[in-house]
Design a protein around this ligand. Sequence first.
Ligand code: AMP
Length: 210
Amino acid sequence: MKLILLGAPGAGKGTQAELICERLNIPTISTGNMIREAMKNGTEMGQKAKSFVDAGNLVPDEVVIGIIKERLAEKDCVNGFILDGFPRTIPQAEALDNMGIDIDTVLSIEVADEKIVKRMSGRRVCEKCGASYHLEYKKPNVEGVCNACGGALVCRKDDAPETVLDRLNVYHEQTEPLKGYYAKTGKLKTVEGQEELSDTTALVFQTLGI
Ligand code: AMP
C-alpha cells in the first residue's frame, strides 16, 4: 500500500504511521524525522533547514522533494510505504505525481486546533531514534526513556506553544488545500482523531481495510 497521512502537526500522524507500519510491514517515511536527523548531524541540508524548522515554517519545496525522491528510490519502498509529513504543499504533491508514484490512499486525521495545542505540550520525542511519546496518551514504559532504544525523551523545540500556533497557521494555509487536491482524485479518506489513541487507531485500520 502506498499511503499518505495528512493532518495538522500534532494530529497523531506519526503514531498512527508507526502502528500501520507494524501491521503492514512497510516503511514509514517521515520528512520531519529525516530533517531533524540531518540537523542533528549538521549536514549541509540540516544547516539549510534549521532556521525554517525552528521558526515553525516549512523547509523550501525543492529541498524536501530532493530528500523524498532519493528515499523512495530505496529498495524497501517497493512494496509500499507510508508518507508522514509529505507532501505538505501543492507543488510537493505535484512533484510526487511527476515521479510517477501512484498513491493508493490519502488519509487525513482531523483534530481541532484547540485540542492540538493542548496535546502538543505533552509530546516528547526520543533524541536518539525519533520515536514519539506523550505524557498522557502514550507513556513510555520508564519515564523519560525510549522503549525502543533507551534514548532520552525530550520536548521538541518546535513544540513550544507559540511555535505550535505558527505551525497550525502554516498547516491551514499551505497543507490543508491538499485535501481538495486529493479529493478530486477520489483517494481522500477522513478519520476524526479521538481522545483515546486506540480508538483513533481502530478507525484508521477500519478505514484502510487492514
Ligand atoms: P514534522 O515532524 O512532520 O512536524 O516536521 C517538522 C518540521 O520539519 C516542519 O515544521 C517543517 O519545518 C519541516 N518539514 C517536514 N516535512 C516537511 C515538508 N514536507 N515540507 C516542508 N517542510 C517540512
